[in-house]
Each structure stands twice: as structure tokens, then as C-alpha cells.
Write a protein that binds this ligand. Sequence first.
Ligand SMILES: [Zn+2]
Length: 97
Amino acid sequence: MAEPLHPEPETKAVDPNLVATLSGGTKVKRRLARQRACNEKSDKGKLCAGHLKRWFFFGDEVKRQFGAGAEIYRCEHCQTLYLPNPDEEPRSGTLSY
Ligand SMILES: [Zn+2]
């Protein structure tokens, strides 16, 4: 199962936070800073606003792309996956040398 990704050049209006789309159609997005709720929009333009919960049960496709120990969050409403925001690393703010 080492299929290459199939980018769709036709699709122009993509979410800037979209990282990947899995083969099953599940979107993987980057969380915004302090984002707690899903910001996916339905066909009617309604905000999903589902809760983002830490999720551990991702399959091989996610493991292959983001690592087996990846920090993954999932919208409990539309199942969109979210990666943590790099600005939100649990660090004290300053770099220690
Ligand atoms: Zn959602």
C-alpha cells in the first residue's frame, strides 16, 4: 500500500489549513492557535463547530503520513482530522539552550 498521493490541480479553492485528504475522503487540517471547535463548513455554508478531541485510533494511512505517535485530533461531528498547531507546543514559550 504505497500509493502516491493524487493531487487534484482542478481544485483551487482549498482551505489554507488543509494538510491532506485521505483516500477515504477524510480531511486532515492544521489547527489554528487555540482552536477548540471544528471550522469546517457544510455545503450550505454552516459552520460545523464540532468538538475537537484527541484521537488515537487512526489507521495506517495516517501513521504513514504523520507517524505512529502523531498527535491527532478529530472533530466528533464531521470526523475531520486536525494536527496540532505548531505555535501551541506545550513549551514554556522561550527556547532553552
Ligand atoms: Zn467538524
